[in-house]
Structure formats: structure tokens, C-alpha cells
Design a protein around this ligand. Structure first.
Ligand SMILES: *[C@@H]1O[C@H](CO)[C@@H](O)[C@H](O)[C@H]1NC(C)=O
Ligand SMILES: *[C@@H]1O[C@H](CO)[C@@H](O)[C@H](O)[C@H]1NC(C)=O
Ligand SMILES: *[C@@H]1O[C@H](CO)[C@@H](O)[C@H](O)[C@H]1NC(C)=O
Ligand SMILES: *[C@@H]1O[C@H](CO)[C@@H](O)[C@H](O)[C@H]1NC(C)=O
Length: 699
């Protein structure tokens, strides 16, 4: 037994004896609006160029949690965005450095995206990921950086003595595997160890104030793609998990204004790579038949094979999935049966150049083989898309396109080398993204790998989307390494998905062989997962031995080279005889509960100002003292802010405000309001305006 292991055991024993009276941490929670440009910018996720924003259903929020054990501090932030790229983390860390010196850095801060597919893109910097957005969109990038930093500041200024509880519960009716054909290629003995082909555990950390046990926050991890809203949606939304967060917060905070209360409740991403919320499963939408199991096609084409449910439409499905998650989260939250998390906080981080990794693996017949990571490349199955959102062209998952045009185009742009082809085999390379450096990097080669330990809970921050089985294998490797090095036997490893850097998918070697979407999007080749298992095992070992690892190669900075074909807003204009904020369609004078009420206003472009902490619309109620009180804003589930151009040449546009009046809404006098900003031609000055509808009675 090494000295450290001995001390660790003594520490634990001692802790057990004194009942860890001192098992408190300093804990800070914070939330902030990080909504990007809600109109005119393509959403990030489905890579569908035509999925351009047209308003807001639910706002984007960043939720920050800071933990300090007296010696060591770590932070976790989950953000309503598709993923976190290196550029955003770098920006946030550099802002935090200016305020707090070395308190927060790459090593002890995890930034994770929830993976909603319905928020504006263009913030990635790595060119391939910004393509659908016609390059870099600084408004998206700044909105995330501002919002995440603000959430952080709120948490930092809000530290209290608190306790942490861990609970786990199963949610059986909120996810399905969207690539069961790939999953089935994993070894039978391995599959036999698990009851389901997706993870069903909802893992919850609950934080309470030590002085009075008042809940201050919670993080819930459940493996599911936030793709209940499909690629025809153009309203910004945090999707199923985002709505679940809002509901949990409302449950504790009360009231109807989102993102304002003291309690912060998050639903965050984990190993959701092959996991869909569309639990009715895929069907041929033209014929109603089952899709082809291997290729997810209907009559040879991926376009008609689409998964949906459990609701009749995507909004209803979002709501149902959110409610199923929230129901379980509340149950865990309320029953107070969670085990208390005790023990030190530690963290470790290393940048790793994936194509340069070399590891020795053992083959089934016992021989050893040296394998390497590959230079990034996407396979044909990637372009087929998934049953959550199929691609636009004639690609199929797990199948080679017979159309020679694609290889022709590929070789014209940048041909893969023979080495790439061999390294990625059996992938049919469609984009040799790692070889293309013009005008700058297309996909990252250097990834961020990181562990944060809070007592027996290990947060494993991973730079992409691990599939179900990849996640299970990684968790097991880390747990074994922790225990082998004297860590707690009851270690619980949580994969925090889409963190710090984004590199698409990580499928198992066996899943990779069939080259469905997830395998085709495993960019460092067939041995990606084994390399990660090796790297994270090394991290776990060093973490417990308190060893410093070299920081590794620093990801390149190409901020000075960024290109963008997104034109700025040139100017806004009101039609002749009208003013910004004029209500051009008034609501009826009386509206029944359960109905939707609508008003239209002359508007400016939402890109002029993201209105963080404010709103593009409000429902106001007339109070007995004749003042108007805001009862809903644009972050509420019950409201929608929609924006559209009415004449491109004249620069005119219109905002539509909708409110679904709940069945239990208090009757009375209400009105709808719109707030915005318009840009004046030539001078470029942006000025605020507002508009108010006639009042109406809710009966
Ligand atoms: C399937 O495709 C073939 C050839 O494109 C076409 O002739 C046939 O009608 C299609 N069948 C269905 C059920 O759509
Ligand atoms: C998206 O969902 C709507 C229902 O809300 C459905 O009509 C439409 O076919 C779906 N489209 C795709 C591409 O999934
Ligand atoms: C073990 O299997 C690998 C790959 O299947 C093969 O290349 C190798 O020759 C085998 N070695 C022995 C000793 O059978
Ligand atoms: C009117 O009443 C509301 C509560 O009903 C209160 O919040 C508000 O401050 C009051 N306004 C004025 C001007 O008294």
C-alpha cells in the first residue's frame, strides 16, 4: 500500500467515525441568459441550411455551479446550446482570469452544452461546423461568452456553505437507441450485462444550504438528444431538457418569470450519442412502413425515414419528454434518500493531440497490436443524417453511395491520403477534414480531456458525443482506475457530454465497423474510444496520486483568420405612415382560457440586440391599483415571439406575439407588449422601441 493510499484510507475511516460533521462545501449557483441572435441565423445541430431562426419559444440559459472544499475549487457550467467549442471556453476563461486571476482556468472549469438542436450556430470557429451558418457569427459567440461569464459571476458571488446529495433513478419511457443496428454489433457478452440498449439512469446531484437545508440547486444527467423539436422548427428553444430545467426551477422558485429565482436546476448532457427522444421510433413518413433496419431508409432513401413521438407533434413531444424527466427529478429531489457526497475536490486536465496518440491493444486472439488515432475525417454515413433529422442528399447510413459524384467532389476539394484511408478503414471518407487547413482548421485535432472529483463523484468531461456503449466502457475504465489507485469503492462516474471542445461522435470499435451516422462521425478513426479509455485512465491515476501531468499541446488560435459570409443587419425601416412598435393586428377584446391570443407589431431585426435579461415580448396583467404587471415573457413555454421580414428591399419586418392562455389563468384584463431595437441606415445607430396592444379580457 503506498503512503497516499494509506492516508486516503485513514481519511475515509476517520470521516466515517466522526460522521463527516465537516462534510460541507462552499457552493455557488448562478444562472444567466445566453440567448443568441434569434432570427436570421441557421441553427446548430441538424446542419440544415434552411433551418434559420425566426424568433423565440424558450430562451437559452447558462447554469453555473461552483464547488470548494476549502483547499480546492472546481466549476461546472451547463449551457442551452448545441455544444461547447474550444474558442468559447478560451474566451470565458480569459474573461474570468481578468477578474479572478488564477482561481478559474482550463483545469478546474467544465463547460458543457446541453446539445439542443434549436439554437443559433456560427460560434464554433472550426470551419466545418460553421459551414451551415455561412461562417463565423460573432453575435452567437458573444451571446454565449457573455451569458456563461455572467452565470459564473452570479455563482461566484453567491457561495454559501452547503451539502451535496447524490441520487439515481430510472426513467424508462424517455429515450430509445437510434442506431440499434450498430449497438447490436457490440459483443454479445457485453450486451448481456445491460438490460437496455440506452442508459436509463437519471443521475442527480442536489445542493442544499447547510444552515437550513434549503435547496439551492440541482444537476440532473440523463442520456437523450434534445431533438424533440425537429429540423423544421425555427424558434429558438432549449428543447426537452431545457424545458425540464425551467419546470424544476419553477417548482422550487414559484412564479412564472424564468431564469430569475435563487434555485438553479439543470438537466445536462451525458453519453447521448446514439440516443433519441423520438420514442415512437422511425417510420417511413410517406407509407407508414418500418424503415430498413440497417440503413434507416425507405425504398432506398433516408429522407422519408423519420422518428417522432411520444406526442402527436414535436411541441407536444418536447413537453412530454420534459415532464417525464422532471417527474423523476422531483421524486429524487423530494424523497431525501440521496447519499451524501463527502470527500475532497480534485481536478485534472490535459490537452491531447488525438491523431498522434499511439496505444497497444489486445486482439481477441491474444496478440498485441499498436494502433493510432487518425487525422479527422467524416464518412459518407455522416451525410445521411439520422432518423432525428435526415440529410439532404442521397446518402445512407451503413452503406456506400453508388453515386461517383461525391468522391469526385471530395477529391476536387481535398483528397484523403492513402494513410487516411487505411487509418479510417472501413470508413468511406467523404470529407478529409483534418487535411484541410484553408483558410483555417476544419475540425480540431487537439482535444480537452478532464476529470473533476467531488468526493466519490467523478465528472468526466468529454469532447464530443459518446454512444451508450462507449460511455459505459469509459465510465468503467475510469472507475476501475480510481479504485485501483485507492479511491472510493462507491465511485460514481458521470460523463459530462459535449464539453470544452467539440469533435463529433465517439462510437465503439464494433459500432464503427458498420458505419452508421455515429461511426461515420467518429472522426479520429476506429480506435478513438480505446485511446480515450487510455487517456482518461491516465488522468484518474494521476488525479489520485496528486501527480501533475504536462498540459499537452495548446489548441491553435485562428481568431484573426475567421471568415463570415453573414451580412450584418444594414438597417430597419417602418412602412410609410407607421412607427416601430405600432400594433398592426390587435387581439380580440375577449379571449377564453385555453385559447391562443395573438398581436402583430412593426418591428426591427432581433439581431440588433439579444435582450439578455430582458424580453422581446410580455404579457401584462392589469392590477387592482391600475398598474400593469408582467406575468409572462419570451422565456415562457406559454409564449412565442415570431419575427419575419415583410419586405427585404425596404428593410421592414413584423413581430408576432402569441400567448397560449393556460386553462387556470386568472381572469382579468391583459395586454401584449413587444420590445425591440431598430437600426438606422448609414449611421448604424441602434435605438430601442416598444409597442403595446389594446387590452383584452381573459374569461
Ligand atoms: C420505390 O422506388 C421505385 C424506384 O424509384 C419506385 O418505382 C417505386 O414506386 C417506389 N415504391 C414506393 C412504395 O414508394
Ligand atoms: C417535424 O414535426 C412535425 C410535427 O410537429 C411533422 O409534421 C414533420 O413532418 C416533422 N418533420 C421532420 C423533417 O421531422
Ligand atoms: C490475430 O488476429 C489478427 C486480426 O484478426 C491477425 O492479423 C493475427 O495474425 C492473429 N494472430 C495470430 C497469432 O493468430
Ligand atoms: C400595484 O400593486 C402591485 C401588486 O399588486 C405592486 O407590485 C405594485 O408595486 C403596485 N404599484 C403601485 C404604483 O402602487
Amino acid at each position: 500500500m503506498t503512503g497516499r493510499v494509506l492516508w486516503y484510507s485513514v481519511f475515509l475511516l476517520f470521516g466515517a467515525f466522526v460522521g463527516f460533521l465537516d462534510a460541507t462545501y462552499q457552493i455557488g449557483v448562478g444562472i444567466s441568459d445566453c440567448t443568441g441572435p434569434s432570427a436570421g441565423i441557421t441553427f446548430m445541430g441538424y446542419a440544415k441550411l434552411s433551418q434559420v431562426g425566426c424568433g423565440i419559444h424558450l430562451r437559452q440559459f447558462a447554469r453555473a455551479f461552483i464547488f470548494d472544499d476549502g483547499n480546492s475549487r472546481a466549476a461546472y457550467v451547463t449551457v442551452d446550446t448545441c455544444m461547447i467549442p474550444h474558442g468559447v471556453k478560451k474566451e470565458v476563461i480569459s474573461r474570468l482570469k481578468k477578474k479572478f486571476g488564477d482561481t478559474y482556468g482550463f483545469n478546474n472549469v467544465i463547460l458543457s452544452g446541453t446539445h439542443t438542436h434549436s439554437t443559433p450556430g456560427g460560434f464554433m470557429m472550426d470551419l466545418m461546423y460553421d459551414f451551415p451558418d455561412k461562417g463565423f457569427v460573432s453575435e452567437s459567440f458573444m451571446a454565449l461568452s457573455d451569458g456563461i461569464t455572467q452565470a459564473f459571476l452570479n455563482a461566484h458571488n453567491n457561495m454559501v456553505e452547503g451539502r451535496i446529495f447524490l441520487s439515481v433513478g430510472e426513467v424508462l419511457n424517455a429515450n430509445i437507441n437510434r442506431s440499434p443496428y450498430s449497438y447490436l454489433n457490440n459483443p454479445e457478452e457485453e450486451r448481456a450485462r445491460y438490460k437496455y440498449n440506452t442508459d436509463k439512469d437519471l443521475v442527480q446531484l442536489k445542493f442544499v444550504r447547510a444552515s437550513d437545508n434549503v435547496p439551492i440547486g440541482a444537476i440532473n444527467w440523463f442520456a437523450v438528444h434534445p431533438t424533440s423539436m425537429n429540423n423544421t422548427n425555427c424558434l429558438v428553444t432549449s428543447d426537452n431538457v431545457g424545458y425540464a430545467s425551467l419546470q424544476l426551477e419553477q417548482y422550487i422558485n414559484g412564479g412564472t418569470i424564468m431564469g430569475k429565482g435563487p434555485f438553479v436546476g439543470a438537466f445536462a448532457s451525458t453519453n447521448l450519442g446514439d440516443v433519441s427522444p423520438n420514442i415512437k421510433g422511425p417510420k417511413c413518413i410517406d407509407t407508414g412502413d418500418d424503415c430498413d433496419f440497417k440503413t434507416s431508409t425507405c425504398n432506398g432513401s433516408a429522407k422519408y425515414c423519420i422518428a417522432s413521438g411520444p406526442g402527436d407533434n414535436m411541441v407536444e413531444s418536447t413537453k412530454i419528454i420534459a415532464e417525464r424527466l422532471v417527474t423523476k427529478a422531483k421524486e429524487l429531489f423530494d424523497n431525501n434518500k440521496g447519499e451524501e457526497v463527502v470527500g475532497p475536490i480534485k481536478y485534472i486536465h490535459r490537452f491531447v493531440d488525438m491523431p498522434k496518440q499511439e496505444i497497444t491493444i489486445k486482439l481477441a486472439n491474444g496478440t498485441e497490436k499498436v494502433v493510432t488515432g487518425c487525422s479527422p475525417a467524416m464518412g459518407q454515413g455522416f451525410a445521411a443524417g439520422t432518423t432525428d433529422g435526415p440529410g439532404d442528399f442521397d446518402f445512407r447510413q451503413a452503406s456506400r453511395s453508388d453515386n461517383p459524384i461525391w468522391n469526385y467532389i471530395r477529391d476536387l476539394i481535398f483528397p484523403p491520403t492513402e494513410e487516411d484511408k487505411a487509418c479510417h478503414s472501413p470508413k468511406d471518407i467523404l470529407i478529409a477534414s483534418g487535411r484541410i487547413k484553408v483558410p483555417y482548421q476544419w475540425q480540431p485535432e487537439i482535444v480537452s480531456t478532464q476529470l473533476v472529483m467531488i468526493g466519490n463523484v467523478i465528472l468526466a468531461a468529454v469532447p464530443g458525443e459518446f454512444t451508450t456503449m462507449s460511455g459505459r466502457r469509459l465510465r468503467e475504465s475510469i472507475k476501475n482506475a480510481i479504485i485501483e489507485n485507492g479511491g472510493p469503492k462507491n465511485t460514481r462516474v458521470v460523463i459530462t457530454g459535449l464539453s470544452n471542445v467539440y469533435t463529433s461522435y465517439i462510437a465503439t470499435f464494433e459500432e464503427y465497423q458498420v458505419q452508421r451516422y455515429e461511426g461515420a462521425s467518429t472522426i479520429f478513426g476506429p480506435h478513438s474510444l480505446e485511446i480515450y479509455q487510455n487517456v482518461y485512465t491516465g488522468l484518474a491515476e494521476a488525479l489520485l496520486k496528486d501527480e501533475d501531468l504536462p498540459i499537452g499541446p495548446i489548441p491553435p488560435d485562428f481568431t484573426s483568420k475567421l471568415i463570415s459570409f453573414n451580412l450584418p443587419v444594414v438597417f430597419d425601416a417602418a412602412p410609410e405612415g407607421k412607427h416601430f412598435g405600432d400594433c398592426v393586428q390587435e387581439p380580440p377584446s375577449e379571449v377564453a382560457r385555453g385559447q391562443t391570443v395573438t398581436a402583430k407589431f412593426i418591428a426591427g431585426h432581433p439581431r440588433n440586440n439579444m435582450m439578455h435579461g430582458k424580453t422581446f415580448m410580455a404579457v401584462e396583467k392589469l392590477m387592482p391599483n391600475n398598474s400593469w404587471k408582467v406575468v409572462y415573457n419570451d422565456a415562457n413555454w406559454e409564449t412565442r415571439f415570431k419575427w419575419k421580414k415583410t419586405c427585404v428591399l425596404k428593410g421592414t419586418s413584423e413581430a408576432t406575439i402569441e400567448w397560449d392562455i393556460p386553462e387556470d389563468q386568472e381572469p382579468g384584463t391583459y395586454r401584449l407588449r413587444h420590445f425591440g431595437n431598430h437600426k438606422i441606415i448609414l449611421v448604424g445607430l441602434v435605438l430601442p422601441y416598444s409597442g403595446t396592444s389594446d387590452s383584452f379580457t381573459v374569461v
